[in-house]
Design a protein around this ligand. Structure first.
Ligand SMILES: C[S@@+](CC[C@H](N)C(=O)[O-])C[C@H]1O[C@@H](n2cnc3c(N)ncnc32)[C@H](O)[C@@H]1O
Length: 288
């Protein structure tokens, strides 16, 4: 398995947004140096950007905006949690997420779980830039299709009795339903009651407008070509049921129109998201 290219592209969209869209929804200052050298060069050098990045961006602009917004959503929710005393942040399918690199003074231990190939690639990138891995960052290689995170998290210093905030962005759609169910159930086993998870998911094709369907097919073809096909689309009822049987309750499950209202309403640049995306936050309920 090679390092995830969809993780590279997601970080490239965050880097581009921070450099060019105003106002910035997310200030991902580290994305540009985390990227592979060719992609980083394409974004930095104007003629290359116009030649290679802009045509690609034009085809997927709504999903580009959503990639930025989903990170902002997780970071907003996390901030609230840290304010309430949480000191553990678990990032599932971390890719080139840079929260840990932008918050070394927050007093939060960040557990990044990702496929080994992607994680090794990222680790090398961080070491070549910083010399060392930040001491508050714990990298845990895992394959959600084969391993239970309830087994790997505690053996890496995760404190099950303290509450935690978890994000799982841009990853659920690439997993089988079995792996999604197993991962939610494992999380419920290792996370203390009142821990929360923020994640995004895509709704089934039958709910999509023709324009959204075309965008979705473009994304899916690109992912499949890179060895990362989409596997699971879910609706809000599926998610509520799946969370409930794992031991979580839905705190909020935002439709595209609610997301637009929260993050895009004041903009004049026409930035928009697809109608098939949702952002959900759920809380570990009960005891034990
Ligand atoms: C589209 S990227 C999203 C990365 C990051 N969360 C973001 O928002 O930029 C999907 C991530 O899921 C990870 N992933 C996909 N399948 C996985 C699996 N079976 N086990 C572990 N990680 C997986 C990939 O390595 C990649 O980092």
């Amino acid at each position: 398995m090679k390092p995830s290219e969809t993780a590279q592209f997601a970080a490239a969209h965050r880097a581009y947004h921070f450099m060019h869209d105003r106002p910035a929804i997310l200030e991902d200052t580290a994305a540009i140096w985390l990227l592979s050298s060719p992609l980083s060069t394409i974004l930095r050098v104007a003629p290359l950007r116009w030649l290679f990045w802009r045509p690609l961006l034009a085809k997927v602009r709504p999903i580009s905006a959503f990639i930025v917004i989903r990170s902002r959503y997780a970071e907003d929710t996390l901030e609230h949690f840290i304010y309430g005393g949480c000191r553990q942040y678990v990032i599932l399918g971390a890719g080139l997420d840079s929260w840990a690199l932008r918050h070394d003074e927050a007093g939060v231990t960040v557990f990044e779980l990702d496929h080994p190939a992607t994680q090794q690639w990222k680790e090398a990138r961080i070491r070549s830039r910083l010399g060392v891995l930040p001491s508050h960052l714990v990298l845990i290689p895992v394959d959600f299709e084969r391993e239970s995170i309830a087994e790997v998290l505690p053996s890496h210093g995760f404190a099950s009795r303290s509450n935690a905030f978890v994000s799982w962005l841009g990853t659920i759609c690439y997993l089988t339903r079995g792996a999604i169910e197993e991962t939610f159930a494992s999380l419920a086993k290792v996370c203390a009651p009142a821990s929360q998870i923020a994640f995004d998911y895509f709704q089934p094709k039958s709910t999509m407008t023709p324009a959204d369907l075309q965008l979705f097919e473009t994304l899916d073809e690109g992912g499949t070509r890179r060895g990362e096909p989409m596997q699971t689309l879910l609706d809000a009822d599926d998610i509520a049921e799946l969370l409930l049987s794992a031991g979580f309750r839905v705190v909020e499950d935002l439709s595209a129109s609610k997301i637009r209202h929260r993050y895009l309403a004041q903009r004049s640049d026409g930035l928009d998201i697809p109608g098939f995306v949702r952002l959900c936050c759920a809380e570990r309920h009960g005891a034990g």
